[in-house]
Design a protein around this ligand. Structure first.
Ligand code: C2E
Ligand code: MG
Ligand code: MG
Ligand code: MG
Length: 283
């Protein structure tokens, strides 16, 4: 319905409309044509085995290069894209673009790299998702195992039973499922056990305070133990310091993502940024 509303917005635009609603409407107008105008792009953040280990893959992170606003981060437009349903078309573009780029990297000798794509609630609930993923893999001639789909606990929980069905279908294609922002949702252990996941990403919130001597080290240990019990690969996100890296590896998590290991960058800058990461002396 919101998509309709966007097209007919003048019919409900009234002076009494508050500034925030007006700003949202403005944003929606700009967002509506952004895909056709080719304004979206992906940045890629490395996923690295520490310390100084190989890069095993990247996570694709959406950016909107808006002529009016400059480079816009996803948090500023994804909620609106979700509400209007635009996320489905944008998300399909993301899946195809990520596959296209990974195929290029594979052809350049980085054939062990995987690529992770984030999925939102509306995407997961949309009936075309499985076909989109299958088509993208076929179009770019990629082995399904090198595509990782990241869903948050809350996304998977929104319509828990349907999510399980879709995630099972995706798993049947051969792609991997990763539980993003782990620890911030409210999934029961029973539900977690049923999720066909291969990977669990410890939320940045726990990593940030890891070195400050509070409960976070104990929580992170518990998450790692839980993940290992469930047979999941454990990744920590938001690693910003050498100290966090050292603590995480000591706790048993050595697959890391974060500014310390590499910031999200455009595809053409990724290889150069990796060289500079490896030049950081280990402490
Ligand atoms: P996420 O999937 O949890 O991605 C991690 C976010 O943390 C990214 O923000 C990344 O740039 C940022 N980050 C990475 N390392 C560090 C670090 O060391 N410190 C700090 N402070 N931040 C770090 P970004 O790119 O703004 O994306 C935010 C969220 O937007 C993502 O969270 C994901 O949920 C969503 N998102 C991004 N791209 C897409 C997409 O293509 N589709 C969908 N549906 N959602 C997306
Ligand atoms: Mg993610
Ligand atoms: Mg995350
Ligand atoms: Mg997040």
């Amino acid at each position: 319905h919101s998509k309709e509303a966007g097209r007919n917005c003048y019919s409900f635009f009234e002076p009494k409309m508050n500034a925030n609603a007006h700003a949202q409407l403005q944003l929606q107008q700009e967002l509506l044509g952004a895909l056709d105008r080719n304004e979206f792009l992906l940045h890629y953040q490395p996923k690295v085995v520490a310390p100084a280990g190989p890069m095993i893959g990247v996570e694709a992170l959406l950016r909107w290069n808006s002529p009016q606003r400059g480079m816009v981060a996803p948090d500023a437009f994804l909620p609106l894209a979700e509400r209007t349903g635009l996320i489905v078309a944008i998300g399909n573009w993301v899946i195809n673009e990520a596959c296209r780029q990974l195929k290029l990297w594979h052809g350049q000798g980085h054939d062990s790299w995987s690529i992770a794509v984030n999925l939102s609630t509306v995407q997961l609930g949309h009936p075309g998702l499985v076909d989109t993923v299958r088509d993208a893999l076929q179009r770019h001639d990629l082995a399904p195992a090198c595509l990782v789909l990241e869903v948050t606990e809350s996304t998977a929980m929104r319509d828990a039973e349907t999510s399980l069905i879709i995630l099972d279908q995706l798993t049947s294609l051969g792609v991997s499922i990763s539980i993003d922002d782990f620890g911030t949702g409210y999934s029961s252990l029973l539900y977690l056990k049923r999720l066909p996941a291969n990977e669990l990403k410890i939320d940045r919130g726990f990593v940030t305070e890891l070195a400050q001597g509070n409960d976070d080290a104990a929580i992170v240990s518990a998450i790692i133990a839980l993940g290992k019990t469930l047979g999941l690969k454990i990744v920590a996100e938001g690693v910003e310091t050498a100290e966090q890296q050292a603590l995480l590896t000591r706790l048993g998590c050595n697959t890391l993502q974060g500014y310390y290991l590499g910031r999200p960058v455009a595809a053409e800058k990724l290889l150069a940024s990796l060289d500079s990461v490896q030049e950081i002396p280990s402490k």
